[in-house]
Design a binder for this molecule. Sequence first.
Ligand code: ADP
Ligand code: ASP
Ligand code: MG
Length: 410
Amino acid sequence: MRLIVQKYGGTSVGNPERIRKVAKRLLETQREGCRVVAVISAMAGVTDNLIKLARETSPQPSEREMDVLLATGERAAIALTAMAVNALGGKAVSLSGAEAGVLTDRTHMRAKIANINPKLIEELLADDYIVVVAGFQGQTPEGDTTTLGRGGSDLTAIALAGALNADACQIYTDVDGVFTCDPRIVSDAQKLDEIAYDELLELAGAGAKVMQARAVEFAKKFSVPFEVRSSFNLRSGTVAKEETTHMENVVIRGVTLERNQAKVTIASVPDVPGTASRIFSAIGAANILVDMIVQNALEQGATDISFTINEGEVAQAEQLLRRIVNQVGASALTARSGLAKLSVVGIGMRSHSGVAARMFDCLGRGGINIQLISTSDIKIAVVIDQSEGDRAARLTHEAFGLSGSVAPSA
Ligand code: ADP
Ligand code: ASP
Ligand code: MG
């Protein structure tokens, strides 16, 4: 009998009516002759609300207690989903991450899955239950609750599909699949039928919220193909899988905009070994994630170092760096918020030249100033003013022929 893992995101279980629809789909899948494991997220807005509540209650809540708190969102949603299946005459049982056998390391709020012991799930499946598992959570070897980072239910689904050797893994969300750009930014973005893990990984890492980057990384590492599709209709979605040669014919698969970025610049840093290490060790020790880094050697033994971080972490970074700037003898520290990162991604870039020039030309003609540039073999990313972000995304999307009726550039 086929085994299928279906993950439903927050919007898909956003109210009782939607939960009943999910329950119906789970039952239909079972009636088609499948064993069914459902991975459920907290209802839309619940996780954000819990985070807000914590901040209003304590200036610096411990990460352990944050995990205990955040895990409640998914636990409520699994109980409601199982109730809805049972109310329709089905047979469902809900399991927390710990009960489902999800063992993690001890890094609270962004724990890594160490192992999955799916014994209980398998027993329940053998008894014809629809097994409804809480996404986004697990437990440490000591039994403490952990969570897997924002969007972490995607990771639970992929990891369970891998551990159970499932025949299919479907990620149900509020859009029809992975698009050439967030359809909320570019209205004529197109749904992709397929995408290579590496492309989705770069898109997710560059801010496309549709899949958690760590989940895609896991899927690639353990070769778990999956489909992203809508919970609101029956249309087929986007299949993410190992790349095939014909995928390389498409130069750009998609465009992503990540908002709320900031650029920190340390000017006239003495150009001696060890300086960059001091700066980034301090930032790393404070768990501040650095994205792009640009170092530009000036004349007379000095260099400017710029890097981007999330806007919300600028104050902390400035406080940390002020001391180091004095110690290393740099001349100034400046930070600029209100920026966005625009990225174009495609494995076809490896074998096509001129992609960067085309992107820069399009932005230049649109009067959009580029503040930083970074590249990988399948991505070109630029930092621009956030106020121009949406327009820049639309212009770039169009310049690469990704819009509506136009076929993607070959
Ligand atoms: P879920 O709650 O189901 O996990 P998310 O909100 O995490 O859903 O992710 C789905 C959202 O991702 C969509 O509503 C869409 O706005 C956004 N998104 C960003 N980039 C893309 C893209 N390239 N393709 C599809 N959706 C995207
Ligand atoms: N509820 C968690 C979040 O909002 C996990 C998820 O939805 O995937 O980040
Ligand atoms: Mg999500």
